[in-house]
Design a protein around this ligand. Structure first.
Ligand code: G6P
Length: 361
């Protein structure tokens, strides 16, 4: 298939195209250290009291990113599984902003949540990849992630672009809401963002994920842990892994490991531990708990991170701001899933039972 170019699978091509897709996402949106979203000039969100995110699947994990960043900014916020929104939404009114995160803009559960929010008077925004999609049309405003078409069923480049778009959107929102505070080191966060495409390139070019996929292929299950933004990455890492390898994979917030999942931990369950530069000591403690039960620990962290030495294997990420570190870690986990699925001979671009866009509730 010519569309794949030099790659065997669309997923691989899409992982490798992230330096470009991210550059497109960012282009023109940060100027002289300031966020500029043409869709949302300063003051747009001045009358917003609280922000709810609704999404499914991978987009839900990107939405977790948005929620975490807004909470850091002292904005009242929550993230909802779109399929549960009808009962989970709680009180909403015209001062509620509902952000629907959906790559395709066609996911039935997410559209149902948007319709419910619209009917209840909330203001709605779609963060989507597809211009003119149903979500873009049925919300008050759309913010495009500009990742380019994604063919592989398992979302990769769109997760990265969604997360970056949401990082910018949340800071725009926080700047507008009177009692909110953009995150402390916003300047550093925006400055390092321009390095992200190149750092993703470094990860893609130097990753040892193929070796690790092979090393742990016979495992009984694959666990992913992290805290804060690293939790979203752990969940996304596990989702990707189960989608395309058909192996049992689960993501947990690192602190929950000891409250149940630890019973599953053995020498045959590698634990991929995501270090983003926030709550890392606690993640390391939790990883050690699993290691002392025999589990191999794979640290996903910068080269000089203190956790690397005690881990059994390492996937390296360049040094950056904690908000972007998780996205680099996620690229390593995308490659891990890809190589494991490839070794297992799975139909990577079209996993059984899954669809790119699920248009039934
Ligand atoms: C399907 C896809 C997932 C995707 C989810 C949400 O389940 O297989 O990869 O994350 O839908 O899709 P959306 O288009 O709303 O982001």
């Amino acid at each position: 298939d010519a569309g794949k170019g030099e790659y065997d699978h669309y997923m691989r091509k899409e992982i490798h195209s992230q330096p470009t897709s991210l550059a497109n996402t960012i282009e023109g949106r940060v100027t002289d250290g300031e966020i500029e979203l043409a869709e949302f000039p300063a003051g747009t969100f001045a009358d917003v009291d609280d922000v709810q995110f609704v999404a499914c699947g991978t987009s839900y994990h990107a939405a977790m990113y948005g929620e975490w960043l807004l909470r850091e900014a002292d904005v009242r916020t929550a993230v909802h599984r779109a399929s549960e929104y009808e009962s989970s939404a709680g009180p909403i009114d015209e001062r509620t902003l509902v952000v629907a995160v959906t790559q395709s803009g066609e996911t039935a559960d997410t559209l149902a949540a948007v319709r419910s929010a619209n009917a209840r008077g909330a203001r709605t925004v779609a963060v989507t990849n597809v211009v003119g999609s149903t979500a873009a049309r049925e919300t008050d405003d759309a913010l495009y992630i500009r990742a380019g078409p994604e063919i592989g069923v398992a979302a990769t480049k769109t997760f990265s672009s969604q997360s970056v778009t949401l990082a910018l959107l949340t800071q725009r929102i926080a700047a507008d809401i009177p009692d909110a505070q953009p995150i402390d080191d916003l300047d550093a966060m925006l400055e390092t963002l321009s390095d992200l495409p190149e750092q993703v390139e470094t990860v893609v070019e130097t990753s040892r994920a193929a070796d690790l996929a092979e090393r742990y292929l016979e495992s009984r299950a694959f666990f992913f842990i992290g805290r804060g933004l690293g939790h979203a990455v752990a969940l996304e890492g596990a989702l990707k892994f189960k989608e395309i390898t058909y192996e049992h994979a689960e993501g947990f917030t690192a602190g929950e490991l000891k409250h149940g999942p630890l019973a599953l931990v053995t020498e045959a369950t590698p634990v991929f531990s995501v270090f983003t530069g926030g709550g890392d000591e606690a993640v390391q403690t939790n990883a050690t708990e699993a290691q002392s039960r025999g589990a191999p620990i794979v640290t996903v962290a910068p080269e000089d991170h203190p956790a690397v030495e005690s881990g059994d294997a390492h996937l390296s990420i360049p040094d950056t701001h904690p908000v972007w570190a998780g996205l680099l870690a996620n690229v390593q986990l995308q490659l891990l899933s890809y190589h494991a699925a490839n070794e297992l001979g799975r139909p990577i671009d079209k996993p059984r039972n899954l669809a790119k866009s699920v248009t039934v509730e």
